[in-house]
Write a protein that binds this ligand. Structure first.
Ligand SMILES: [Zn+2]
Length: 1015
């Protein structure tokens, strides 16, 4: 109950705001578009021509507008334009036909909604347009401040205040985004010293967007700075999807679209592209996974991921030798926007803020709070009634822009996707549900369980199904290249030397600091907490830049290019990403299984295990039960035609299992405890000090010793220092190494400033022996204290264990022929070949998969699975088998049990000879299906039957001699039955289009069209 009261106090502002109008549908219609046209729907309002339909509407209220479009199949896009200014209000250009376009509008804006049909059979779509009034809240006072955190304990304490911590921090500070005076008050009450970096973030953003517009207008932008040539300002969500679509369409050999399995809360698909030479093969190349925008407001992180895609694609097309070499040996998967709901909210708010022309101030005021959205768009419904007096007005799931609801400041809807990964989930540096500040409305809310969010499950799915050996997840801002662990207590990873070397080599390019992640502050549930510890993939978090979440676009370009002061001689993130890709290609940085097997056989590497969370910290900050969940890594490759395979994979042992825990005891005992009592120094410190010794008055130093290890006599695994004091006092504790004179030296090695009594801290494992200073810091009036130092033996030794992959050789139908366990370490190459047992199963499966079934037989319009009148692309999809050959008008397939099938489509020559009407009717559609399989029979007639028997059975047939064949044709109600004969026997049985064979001349033309193509 307590938290509900606390929440309402923080949210008074919003509760007093008038209730918003409910979501209103302003358009709901079916649109029909006769022809599909492949072009961009989002660039500009279309006029004239085909391929789209447009509707108009007027925005009934200032706020949020959303268009949804759904068609049964194909690729459709949608965009909303301001009819007068022709500016894009919102757009959606996903790969399929399920689109959501959302943006901000002013009341009275005239809107044109444009629905575009790009491909596919569906010629109509459902289109709706909704409007949500958004009330402007009190002017936002967003500011960025630098908070002094002289010790790890103070950083911990800061993370527990429930403020909006940025990822910008360093030795002794963390930058915090304050969402108003209450946040500043919370800092002051906790005795934090802070200085303001940016006083009015909203004004700074407006200036940045305006400067970007001016630069574009004046032509004063450096051309082709980014590989894409993009200048001006940040992409919007539809730009990303539109570009990925165009890249995939224009470069089918090297770019493949990827749609991750789970939709977001709003129903969006999460999309990416895979880039490699021969991209559609399953060839066992190692994978580099490049991601952006877990955090919605961190726009540069999506830009850099996207530009990397252009870097590779353009480099490959220009035959840049380095790119060609790397694309031949690796695969890159780019998912620029992991959190599209949150990103769209943030980016569209930024767009509205920078909107030129009339009414912009009103829109800027109501959009600004949303520009700093960080999390996803789960609507936390743990206490829905706290935020609205009407219980039945719970917010809709997924809608980040909740009119009149508290979605700003420290109380923001959503889950932090980068605290929701399952590895070590629920530990320090992530907020549990519960108390406000903090709780589910905290900026680092971890979610209700490990992998509770679609965004993290999407990444988990991809990483579980591919051998991702290198990974970068991009964020802003702090000029950091971070590697695991996220918490100091985890200790250095088993791969620390190779990990550090790679991180350092990338940091040498972009000028960032290369560090373990916990050096920023302890976090759990971050991306690499699972991706690295569960798969061994070498993953990094990049914190791009120093200029804020989304600074001037030119700054983001400079970070990529390496023209910042910090990058110095380095090549920026472009070169850092090249380092990552070169690492991906470097077999000594992962593992390789190679050998021989039947061409076309499927090899599978699989591993099932249990992943554990941290002891899950509850709302009171107390660690509780550790949770566990099952994990399965399941990846495949196909043996190439040569029969020699080479599979680049992650090591078989998970880093979390490989790591030793504790150490064996040395036969000695822990040292005896030391107890000291004293009186705290006067007068007390006014504030927590920023630098050591800044508070000279309230400090008392006590010297103590940690005895050295002596095998058989002394074994000190850990030392715990406890400071107890009277109830009314507030003392903190810091531990320093002592110099020869017994004075504190250097930075604190440990500290405790939790506000609890006693303050307590543990150093170890295996603390350096010698003299230490325990510094007692007094924040209240005179008081006594007791200092108690105890020692403990080492943590029980649990040596790391080695694990194996299960390697199987299978048919394409999943039938397992052979299975073995393979243990393989990083840098190791192992040979595993598969002989006859696998070849037999694989060959049978290939025949079964690649040849057409004869099921269905000969029907009026269908021969087995092939159907007359079906478009070529649909036919190919429906048959799903491998084509033996495709030549102009003929697709050839094998048939199960022997024989072939050929499906004919109108050739140019044939088309030129038939009527315009017929031409239109049969365009791209199957008009002939014919097979030499003996399993297709009509009245016991089949391939192999003698011509004599054929003629006896057939009555009223027509005969045509074409080339060396004689064709027999029977009239049917819906098509013609065909028999091709040669040398006295039936060779093929099939069907032909009725209308194209209605005259003798037409039939001869028809048959000749294919006969001359080597029937
Ligand atoms: Zn981030």
């Amino acid at each position: 109950m307590r938290r509900y009261l606390a929440a309402s106090a923080a949210l008074t502002l919003f509760l007093l705001a008038p209730a918003s109008a409910a979501a209103g549908e302003i358009l709901s219609t079916d649109v029909s578009v006769a022809d599909a046209v492949k072009r961009s729907c989002i660039d500009a309002p279309l006029s004239g021509g085909q391929g789209y339909a447009a509707r108009t509407a007027t925005a009934p209220a200032s706020g949020w507008v959303s268009a949804r479009l759904n068609a049964r199949s194909g690729d459709w896009d949608v965009a909303i334009f301001n009819t007068v200014t022709r500016q894009r209000v919102a757009g959606s250009a996903a790969f399929g036909a399920s689109e959501i376009a959302e943006g901000f509008v002013a009341r009275g804006d005239r809107l044109t909604v444009q629905a575009c049909r790009r491909s596919g059979a569906a010629s109509s779509a459902k289109l709706t347009l909704e409007s949500d009034a958004v009330k402007a809240s009190a002017p936002q006072e967003l500011s960025l401040v630098r908070v002094a955190t002289p010790s790890a304990a103070r950083k911990d304490e800061l993370t527990r205040l429930g403020l909006d911590l940025t990822e910008h921090g360093g030795a002794g500070f963390v930058e915090v985004l304050l969402h108003g005076a209450d946040d500043a008050k919370a800092l002051r009450e906790a005795k934090f010293i802070f200085t303001t970096t940016i006083g009015d973030l909203a004004a700074a953003a407006r200036r940045d967007r305006a400067a970007e517009q001016r630069a574009v207008a004046s032509g004063n932008v450096r051309a082709a700075a980014f590989p894409s040539g993009r200048t001006g300002t940040y992409r919007r969500l539809d730009d990303y999807n539109n570009e990925m679509k165009q890249l995939a369409e224009a470069n089918p050999g090297i770019v493949k679209p990827i749609t991750l399995p789970e939709r977001t809360f709003l129903g969006r698909t999460v999309q990416g592209i895979e880039i490699s030479e021969n991209v559609r093969a399953r060839d066992g190349k190692p994978v580099f996974f490049q991601m952006g925008v877990h955090h919605a407001r961190e726009w540069p992180s999506g830009e850099h991921a996207m530009e990397w895609a252009y870097e590779l694609i353009n480099g490959y097309k220009a035959r840049n030798p380095r790119v060609v070499r790397l694309m031949g040996r690796t695969r890159t998967i780019v998912v620029p926007i992991i959190n599209p709901d949150g990103f769209n909210t943030s980016r569209e708010a930024g767009q509205a803020t920078g909107r030129p022309g009339g009414g912009s101030q009103e829109i800027a005021n109501l959009a600004t709070p949303y520009e700093y959205q960080r999390k996803n768009c789960r609507i936390n419904n743990t206490a829905p009634d706290d935020f609205d007096s009407t219980a039945d007005d719970d917010p809709a799931e997924g809608d980040c822009v909740q009119a009149g609801k508290p979605n700003v400041g420290i109380t923001q809807f959503g889950v932090d996707p980068n605290r929701n990964y399952g590895g070590f989930w629920g530990g320090p540096g992530a907020s549990p549900s519960g108390d406000v500040p903090g709780g589910d409305f905290a900026q680092d809310y971890r979610g209700t369980g490990p992998f509770s969010e679609p965004e993290t499950r999407n990444v988990r799915d991809l990483v579980s199904k591919r051998q991702v050996t290198t990974l970068i997840t991009n964020h802003t801002f702090s000029n950091l290249v971070l590697r695991p662990p996220g918490i100091q207590a985890q200790g250095p990873s088993v791969d620390e030397p190779v990990y550090k070397a790679l991180g350092d080599s990338m940091a040498a390019e972009n000028g960032y600091a290369s560090n373990p992640s916990y050096t920023l502050y302890d976090t759990t549930g971050g991306t690499e907490d699972w991706t690295y510890y569960a798969t061994g993939s070498l993953g990094f978090t990049f914190e791009i830049g120093l200029g804020g979440f989304h600074p001037l676009y030119a700054d983001t370009v400079a970070e990529y290019e390496g023209t910042t002061a910090e990058a110095g001689e380095g090549g920026g993130n472009r070169e850092a990403y090249f380092k990552a890709l070169e690492n991906t290609a470097n077999a000594s940085r992962h593992s390789v299984i190679k050998g021989g097997a039947f061409p076309g056989a499927v090899l599978r590497l699989k591993k099932s295990f249990t992943t554990f969370t941290s002891p899950v910290i509850d709302a009171d900050g107390v660690p509780g039960r550790t949770l566990s969940f099952p994990d399965v890594l399941d990846t495949t490759m196909e043996v190439p035609a040569s029969g020699d395979f080479e599979w680049h994979i992650n090591p078989s042992t998970r880093p979390v299992a490989d790591q030793d825990i504790g150490r064996p005891p040395n036969g000695g005992a822990p040292s005896a405890p030391t107890n000291k009592s004293g009186t705290a120094s006067q007068p007390p410190c006014p504030l927590y000090f920023e630098a050591p010794n800044a508070c000279r008055t309230g400090v008392t130093d006590e010297v103590f010793e940690i005895p050295a290890q002596q095998p058989g006599a002394v074994d000190n695994g850990f030392a715990t220092i406890k400071l107890a004091f009277p109830e009314e006092a507030d003392l903190d504790l810091e531990i320093y190494k002592a110099d020869s004179a017994g004075k504190a030296t250097g930075a604190p090695v440990s500290s405790s400033a939790s506000g609890s009594n006693p303050e307590q801290t543990t150093i170890g494992p295996d603390p350096d022996p010698g003299k230490y200073v325990a510094r007692v810091i007094n924040y209240t009036g005179g008081t006594t204290y007791d200092l108690n130092i105890t020692f403990a033996g080492p943590r029980p030794f649990k040596p790391g264990v080695k694990e194996t992959w299960t390697l199987t050789c299978e048919g394409v139908d999943g039938k397992v022929a052979q299975s073995r366990q393979v243990q393989i370490d990083r840098g190791e190459v192992k040979t595993e070949s598969f002989g006859a047992p696998c070849a037999k199963v694989a060959a049978a499966a290939i025949e079964k998969r690649d040849c057409l079934p004869t099921k269905g037989g000969v029907r009026p319009r269908a021969l087995g699975k092939a159907r007359l009148g079906r478009t070529r692309s649909r036919q190919r999809r429906a048959l799903g088998a491998k084509r033996l050959k495709s030549h102009k008008g003929i697709d050839r397939y094998c048939v199960r049990g022997g024989g072939e099938m050929r499906i004919g489509y109108p050739t140019k020559r044939l088309s030129s000879k038939i009527s315009k009407r017929s031409r239109k009717r049969v365009r791209r559609k199957a008009v002939l299906a014919i097979s030499s399989s003996k399993r297709f029979r009509v009245n016991r007639l089949r391939a192999g039957t003698s011509v004599r028997a054929l003629r006896e059975r057939l009555r009223g047939e027509q005969r045509y001699r074409v080339g060396r064949s004689v064709w027999f044709m029977m009239r049917g109600k819906r098509s013609r039955l065909l028999f091709r004969t040669q040398k006295g026997k039936v060779r093929e049985v099939g069907l032909a289009d009725k209308a194209l064979t209605s005259t003798k001349l037409g039939t001869q033309r028809f048959l000749r069209a294919w006969d001359r193509r080597g029937l």
